[in-house]
Design a protein. Structure first.
Length: 118
């Protein structure tokens, strides 16, 4: 089992920045990939960014050039630096982790709220 705890959400004005953190505990040796998803009210959860244990990253088109995902393997922690935030970035941000790159089995955090005001 893997336990994920997010932190760093909050309220920010458009154009501002926030940094999210996700700390993993438990059987972290099983993990191959970690990442962030988000869910806006009334919408489905969507991929934001992922990073593999070897450091390969992947971003949704909507956040490319603005968000940066990084990881600290020693701390079992993944970060999401969010810059140039827009109101449409508002939503619940959820940390995800999986033993497989295809993410057929996913562990989820409880989420942290990000609100971007215009």
């Amino acid at each position: 089992q893997v336990h994920l705890v997010e932190s760093g959400g909050g309220l920010v004005q458009a154009g501002g920045s926030l940094r999210l953190s996700c700390a993993a505990s438990g059987n972290t040796f099983l993990l191959n990939i970690m990442g962030w998803y988000r869910q806006a009210p009334g919408k489905e959860r969507e991929l934001v960014a992922t990073i593999t244990s070897s450091g390969r990253t992947n971003y949704a088109d909507a956040v490319k050039g603005r968000f940066i995902i990084s990881g600290d393997n020693a701390k079992n922690t993944v970060y999401l630096q969010m810059n140039s935030l827009k109101p449409e970035d508002t939503g619940g941000y959820y940390c995800a982790a999986s033993p497989t790159a295809s993410m057929t089995l996913v562990y989820w955090g409880q989420g942290t709220q990000v609100t971007v005001s215009s």
